[in-house]
Write a protein that binds this ligand. Structure first.
Ligand code: PLP
Length: 439
């Protein structure tokens, strides 16, 4: 029996696959079998495996300065440069950047920033955070409380009551529509519910609304047209901040620089990044806030003597150097534009599954998509549990394709951004065989 406690795993069925190496969009197991990485690891290996430039960057930085913390303003050039670079890229005003190690701790940082900021501006009661049903924002005690997936809450006594988490509707029309409701009516209803909840709770008690522009782990939900426009109008009306969790959607994944761009989200007040920020060559997250929010935090930190939040590895120099190089490669190789073009190709190919008797909906944008398997194609009725999706994933693996089933039976694809057209064809062919075998 293994001594590893496997994360996000059925503990009765561990060690499914032992991987040994990777090359381009492929990984190889300890028997030498090749797999196309259809989910870019966990939505993160955008530049694939074995990128020599990144390997060199990591090893050069390890040789130069393998570690430095950032406490007390101790700094290093890769950290300073990366913050400048990010601030110049994001659709935010004078963004300031806090570095961490993972999407979860990046979101935890933001929860604390919200407290700090609203205390600083004399609104300490403004502390509740609105998340959505089916949201995924990580698994730490705080960020995990913003997550709404049952498995991430069960047996953990989450969400943490003290955090004041409010949940509003998810924006998935296919599974959330009522009767003959149109998309526009669906949007009207769920944004109406949001406003009702804000009024009921008291807008003066609500700090922020968090959303992944397009969700990943909760089923690749692409909200209907007009949804975010309505949400942002409501948040602006009640002075509630918009917090974009771009841990998956950041850096070209949805066919644009950011998911906010793809979904017409205007100027978020806060953004969280991880995963593709370093293409997973080194762990790093970045939590960005508006410049004026940062300025409001300066005086209180001086009173205490310190802004008392920071991780040992906040701004790890190797992580920062790696992320800088990754951003350079995205730019130099026009990967966001390429992702838009290849994304169109991928989405067109995925749409071929829409007529399949087992498929309820095909959805996605850019280089992220999902094929949802359903019990009844006519009504869209879901299967009772996720075993059908799990079986399809197993069939994919047999054929040399790694993907994940999310939100039960939605087969998610999110390949490295460097994937070629021929490799997309390979992904589609293998996925098709697996779906046929699941019927
Ligand atoms: N936020 C989103 C949108 C994510 O998809 C994830 C992970 O999948 C996280 C946060 C948490 O990131 P991590 O697993 O690096 O803690």
């Amino acid at each position: 029996m293994t001594n590893v406690i496997y994360p996000t795993t059925n503990l009765k069925a561990v060690e499914q696959l032992v991987l040994e190496r990777g090359e381009g969009v492929y990984v190889f197991d300890n028997q030498g079998k090749q797999y196309l990485e259809g989910l870019a690891g966990l939505w993160c290996t955008s530049l694939g495996y074995g990128n020599q430039e990144l390997i060199d960057t990591v090893s050069e930085q390890l040789g130069k300065l393998s570690y430095s913390h950032m406490f007390g303003g101790k700094s290093h050039q890769p950290g300073i440069d990366l913050a400048d670079k990010l601030a110049g890229m994001v659709p935010m005003d004078n963004a300031k950047v806090f570095f961490g190690n993972s999407g979860s701790d990046g979101n935890d940082t933001h929860i604390k920033m919200l407290r700090y900021y609203f205390n600083a501006i004399g609104k300490p009661e403004k502390r509740k955070i609105i998340t959505r049903e089916r949201a995924y924002h990580g698994v730490t005690v705080a960020a995990g409380s913003l997550t709404s997936l049952p498995a991430n809450l069960a047996h953990f006594d989450a969400p943490l009551e003290a955090l004041g988490i409010l949940r509003t509707d998810h924006p998935h029309y296919f599974s959330g529509r009522q009767g003959n409701e149109t998309e526009a009516e669906f949007v009207e209803r769920i944004t109406g519910n949001l406003e009702t909840m804000i009024v009921r709770e008291g807008p003066e008690t609500i700090a922020a609304f968090i959303a992944e522009p397009i969700t990943g782990a909760s089923g690749v939900i692409v909200p209907p047209a007009g949804y975010y426009e309505k949400v942002q109008a409501i948040l602006n009306k009640y002075d509630i901040l918009f917090w974009a969790d771009e841990v998956i959607t950041g850096f070209g994944r949805t066919g644009n620089d950011f998911g906010c761009t793809t979904m017409n989200i205007e100027k978020p007040d806060m953004m969280t990044f991880a995963k593709q920020l370093s293409s997973a060559y080194y762990p790093i997250s970045a939590s960005l806030i508006r410049g004026d929010m940062y300025e409001a935090m300066i005086e209180p930190s001086a009173q205490v003597g310190v802004f008392g939040h920071g991780y040992t590895y906040s701004g790890h120099p190797v992580a920062c150097a790696t992320a800088l190089k990754v951003l350079e490669i995205y730019e130099r190789e026009n990967l966001f534009e390429r992702s838009a073009q290849m994304g169109d190709y991928l989405q067109t190919k995925l749409k071929q599954f829409a007529d399949h008797p087992l498929v309820g909906e095909v959805r996605g944008r850019g280089m992220i998509g999902a094929v949802e398997l359903v019990a009844n194609k006519q009504t869209g009725k879901a299967f009772a549990n996720g075993s059908v999706g799990a079986y399809a994933v197993q069939r994919c693996q047999e054929h040399g394709l790694i993907i994940r089933a999310v939100a039960g039976n939605s087969l998610a694809v999110c390949p490295p951004l460097i994937i070629s057209e021929a490799q997309v064809d390979e992904l589609i062919e293998k996925l098709g065989m697996a779906i046929d075998e699941t019927l």
